[in-house]
Design a protein around this ligand. Structure first.
Ligand SMILES: Nc1ncnc2c1ncn2[C@@H]1O[C@H](COP(=O)(O)OP(=O)(O)OP(=O)(O)O)[C@@H](O)[C@H]1O
Length: 849
């Protein structure tokens, strides 16, 4: 083909020079060849063979071959027709694109002009890679009809609906000007050419604007095809055009002027042969090209999750920050970073706007790039849903993301606080490590003692900060500290929320905290993370976001489109498995907190590890709401008051008592300890029976007591304990009448003996484990709040916080009872913890959380 082109060009030189019509322009040899060489790759339709001037272009236009010539950097040689010489014809190619334009002195009411314009549109579109040319038309001459045959291109999204009225033309020019401005700052590799086709010269003011576009240079990425210029009307002046080849139509033929920079003539007279302009492209070609482009556009437009992933897994170093591709801006990939400039991110979007999808895109992108030695993840979600479930092992899929250290799903606020405290401890550890090495930044640590960067994602963080209680205040303090110090210590925060307003705990602190969050991501409805004056996120569709690296300031916006991770579930799972298989030896699954999940003592690792022989038996009551789900327990040692009171009407109380009894039983060899089981409320009978059976099955001596039997046993034990013994009482509150009655002989009441037992029993190995359904009854049994330390271990279920505070004699207790949660209070070591109390299988949640 190169040879064919050269041959054609050689002929141009010889013929044009030899057969110059008398008085006509002189065309020096080989000039068109230069024009073609400079124009770069041969354009579609530009390979016409000689001698068949009328048929060749049709054949070429009938088979447009979408090329790979971006028309923005350099022009392409585009065929306009066939020069006619006595010796035959040869194709005439003109430079278009790359800052080159075309003007025809006749408007498109002349059918030849209209047909040529359509042919050129088709060829230019076919020449560039799909998506790299956009066509916009001004058709005041024929009210849009000129573009009618190109309708398939309009449907394929390549051609805009033509502007036919004054206002539309003005709007089109405004859009073209802003395209030109934006293109000048765009990456040349991704610039799109805007082809502006005017079928007739618009009014002077608009014409001047159009002319200005021809002067804007290649960087503006605009190509103008202007018909009806210069005006043929006498007395009308037309503004000069820049870098434009002019065609003059005369009877049957056109005269082609010199292309800018590569003239045919030495004297400016243009091509010395008349040119028969190409006619309309066949409709089948238009359709074929439109189909091809439409499909390519859909393919190019469809973002795939695979685009976010690097070629090689775990090949990046996190020493200077973390970077990942999150999607595309225009056709180019967009990379975002956790580094010194954008250490923390703030993400906003109304519910359903794609926050979870965006976060999954980011997390998988990071996890594929950085090994677990470079990156650790703490993932925290406060909403109902399953955002981060896929990172943790489940019954169906044992894999987990090896970077994940802690994952909270439907988290409690207390869990969120626990994660923040853990992160602060980590920051303190890192501060010490940096000091030890005499450096101030993670990146400066010696290579042999690197620390992984940590990314902590808190989805729906406004839940954590809701209200103005002690928990919200401490969380705000921790967030501020982490936001400030995280940059140096490699701890990065991502706070995501559907709402940035009305977070009371943040009043007066928002600036101090969010000032550190330089990177803002506004999903649809998430404009609140941007500056008040920045409305860049006003009309975003799902799957897109505004990414702003200047804390939301106007003008620092990039529009991102990101792939739908939900739609790529299989790819995600495959990647997770791949990373999981590659996990370093000895990796542990992340600590997981699932807010909706009940805790079973049988699943508890501490319970599983209990053996007889310990000096201080432990009563296990639940799982602490903390990062590692620590077992919640009380030591039943010899200190006065080491007894357990489970308090509240919730039936879960019986389950807690069962778990405590069974765990203690595992710490004694059969025969070492006696168990007295009393069920004083009908509701607890099955559980008491089950507990008794389990204790017996474990080989322990068990006695079943009624209220009277319980009193007798208390009397006996108060007077004369005989070794390790546990009283397990379901419904202890109902024993009050029996215990309260005074002995007719000694005048002692059972309550006196109970109080003696509470004080002196532990020293002898005797402990009471009771479920009181009301706090008042417990208090009465103890003989008033002054004796509250006589039962030092409390599990408060549905007990109002104020009542509990009163009983405990503390004023700063924050506890709101909710289903499947309890407050553990140990009066001896001043512990107060939110726990998920142990429940039996088949236990039903006892209320809304
Ligand atoms: N890039 C995308 N392309 C196409 N669809 C998307 C894209 N991102 C999200 N979606 C769709 O939008 C819906 C909501 O997404 P997602 O669950 O991430 O929203 P969310 O903001 O986390 O919502 P919520 O806060 O209610 O959980 C999903 O059905 C998802 O498939």
């Amino acid at each position: 083909m190169a040879w064919e082109a050269e041959r054609g060009q050689a002929r141009v030189g010889v013929r044009a020079g030899g057969d110059r019509p008398s008085g006509g322009p002189r065309t020096p040899g080989r000039r068109p060849g230069r024009a073609r060489r400079r124009a770069g790759t041969d354009a579609a339709g530009g390979r016409g063979r000689r001698r068949r001037p009328t048929r060749a272009p049709r054949r070429r236009a009938g088979h447009p071959t979408p090329g790979a010539t971006a028309l923005t950097d350099a022009p392409a040689a585009v065929r306009i027709g066939e020069a006619s010489t006595p010796d035959g014809g040869f194709p005439v190619l003109l430079p278009l694109g790359g800052g080159h334009h075309l003007a025809l002195d006749t408007d498109a009411r002349d059918g030849r002009v209209a047909a040529l314009l359509r042919a050129l549109v088709l060829r230019l579109v076919a020449t560039a890679p799909p998506g790299r040319v956009r066509v916009t038309g001004i058709d005041t001459a024929a009210l849009g009809a000129t573009f009618g045959p190109l309708r398939p291109l309009l449907d394929a999204g390549v051609l805009d609906p033509p502007a036919t009225g004054e206002a539309e033309v003005a709007a089109l020019l405004t859009a073209a000007e802003s395209h030109a401005r934006a293109a000048q700052h765009a990456d040349p590799a991704t610039r799109q050419l805007l082809l502006v086709v005017a079928t007739a010269a618009p009014p002077p003011r608009e014409l001047a604007r159009l002319a200005a576009l021809t002067h804007a240079g290649p960087a503006a990425a605009v190509c103008v095809l202007l018909a009806g210029h210069p005006s043929r009307l006498p007395g009308e002046t037309s503004p000069p055009l820049g870098s434009t080849t002019a065609l003059r139509l005369s009877e049957g033929y056109a005269h082609v002027g010199d292309p800018p920079g590569a003239p045919f003539s030495a004297d400016g007279s243009g091509l010395a042969a008349p040119v028969l302009l190409d006619g309309d492209p066949p409709p089948a070609s238009v359709r074929a090209l439109a189909e091809h482009l439409g499909a390519a556009a859909r393919r190019a437009d469809a973002l795939s999750f695979a685009e976010l992933l690097p070629e090689r897994r775990w090949a990046e170093s996190a020493a200077n920050g973390l970077r990942t591709v999150v999607g595309r801006t225009g056709p180019a990939p967009l990379t975002v970073a956790f580094d010194d400039v954008t250490p923390h991110w703030l993400v906003g979007g109304r519910t359903g706007a794609g926050k979870t999808v965006f976060l999954l895109d980011v997390l998988y992108g990071l996890a594929a790039r950085y090994s677990p030695a470079e990156l650790q993840l703490y993932l925290l979600d406060f909403k109902e849903g399953v955002s981060f479930t896929e990172f943790v092992p489940t019954g169906r899929d044992p894999s987990w993301l090896p970077h994940a250290r802690a994952v909270g799903i439907e988290s409690d606020r207390e869990y969120g606080l626990a994660v923040l405290r853990e992160l602060r401890r980590e920051a303190q550890r890192r501060a010490t490590a940096l000091k030890r090495h005499g450096v101030t930044k993670l990146a400066d640590l010696p290579r042999d003692s690197p620390l992984p960067r940590i990314v902590a994602v808190i989805d729906e963080f406004h839940v954590l900060l809701a209200g103005n209680d002690a928990l919200a205040r401490e969380s705000v303090d921790l967030l501020e500290e982490l936001a400030r110090k995280g940059r140096s210590y490699g701890i990065h925060l991502v706070l995501a929320s559907q709402s940035m307003t009305g977070i009371e705990a943040l009043y007066g602190r928002a600036e101090a905290i969010f000032g550190q969050f330089a990177l803002r991501v506004a999903l649809p409805g998430g404009g609140g993370v941007l500056d008040q004056l920045n409305d860049a996120a006003a009309a975003l569709p799902i799957g897109s976001a505004v990414v702003n690296t200047a804390a939301g300031a106007v003008g620092a916006d990039t529009v991102l489109r990101f792939p739908d991770a939900h739609a790529a579930a299989a790819d995600l799972a495959a990647l997770r498995h791949e990373l999981w298989q590659a996990r370093p030896p000895g990796s542990r699954a992340p600590a997981v907190f699932k807010g909706y999940e009940a805790a079973r003592v049988e699943d508890d690792p501490t319970f599983a590890g209990l053996r007889p022989g310990g000096r201080r038996p432990m009563a296990l009551v639940g799982r602490t709401v903390d990062v590692h789900g620590t077992t919640a327990l009380f030591l039943m040692d010899s200190t006065p008051g080491r007894h357990l009171a489970v308090v509240g009407t919730a039936p879960a109380g019986a389950d807690v008592l069962r778990a405590a009894a069974l765990s203690l039983a595992r710490q004694h060899t059969p025969g070492d300890a006696r168990f007295q089981v009393a069920s004083l409320v009908t509701a607890a009978d099955p559980i008491a029976a089950e507990t008794e059976a389990a204790l017996r099955a474990a080989g322990h001596p068990v006695h079943r007591l009624d209220a009277a039997g319980l009193r007798d046993r208390i009397v006996t034990l108060a007077a004369e304990p005989t070794g390790r013994e546990y009283l397990v009482v379901f419904g202890m509150d109902t024993a009050a009448p029996v215990l309260g009655a005074a002995d007719p002989v000694t005048f002692r009441s059972g309550l006196d003996d109970l109080r003696t037992l509470l004080r002196h029993g532990p020293a002898q190995g005797v402990h009471l484990l009771g479920w009181w359904r009301g706090l008042r009854r417990l208090s009465d049994d103890l003989g008033g709040t002054q004796n509250r330390d006589d039962v030092a271990c409390l599990v408060a279920l549905n007990v109002p916080g104020a009542e509990l505070a009163l009983h405990l004699g503390v004023h700063d207790l924050a506890y709101t009872p909710r289903g499947d949660r309890a407050l553990l209070v140990d009066r001896h070591d001043q512990r107060t913890r939110l726990i998920v109390p142990f429940a039996r299988d088949g236990h039903e949640s006892d209320g809304e959380r």
